[in-house]
Ligand binder design. Sequence first.
Ligand code: ADP
Length: 259
Amino acid sequence: MAVYSAPVIDKHGGWLGIVVVMHDISELIRLEKIRKDFVANVSHELRTPVTSIKGFSETLMDGAIQDESAAMQFLEIIHGESGRLEMLIEDLLDLSKIEKEGYVLRLQPVNVNEVIERSVRSISGRLKNREMTVEVDYPHELLIKADPERLVQVLVNLLTNAVSYSKPGTLIKVTAAETAGMASISVTDQGIGIPAEELPRLFERFYRVDKARSRDSGGTGLGLSIVKHLVDLHGGTITVESEPGKGSTFTVSIPLADK
Ligand code: ADP
């Protein structure tokens, strides 16, 4: 609570009383904390790869460059860490773009099956690398009101997570159905799952269940917050059900297009 007070005096200088103004600033403090946490997180996430790039390049300059196999190994690390920086910067720019006031989606009638097909196609390389398959249960023709590029981005994010947090050779299922004026698209994996107590914070920026594993899988920790924001902009919802050791299902619901 912030309290301001000032005396109230009449035009002859006579004392009339005191005016006290009280502002509830708890929301402002909460927002300021979120902003500070975000800046601290971004700095930390940027520092980790930069430290590694700097360290390995210094080792190369100090003589490791003479040892061909060590040099190649260090260069691969430097290359990988630069890639991580690039992804982080891209995700940050994307998040700031879609969170800006006035950002509008290019909403149009979109066929759900087409969006699913495009999304699965775009992760086919990753699927092949991990010998995983996606089984799609297409609905009858469903038209939703969506921005196709952004909806593909949502599904690609969910599918990429499904691949990253599952064992090679397992199956991912994508199903779509119509429920109460919405189309719901579910992505189900047979992966590591998420403990129930972690679920409420899953869509927060930089929130990770297992930090080491997430970094190893190349994640920035921003994917699900971007997904949630895009789904909200569509006037939709996203839910998650998960069982550790069994797998997870993320379900996105988007309003149907006007008939
Ligand atoms: P990241 O880039 O780390 O994958 P996300 O925002 O996409 O970040 O996801 C946040 C965290 O949620 C991940 O670090 C991971 O711990 C967990 N997670 C997301 N999707 C899945 C999934 N399908 N199975 C298990 N854990 C998941």
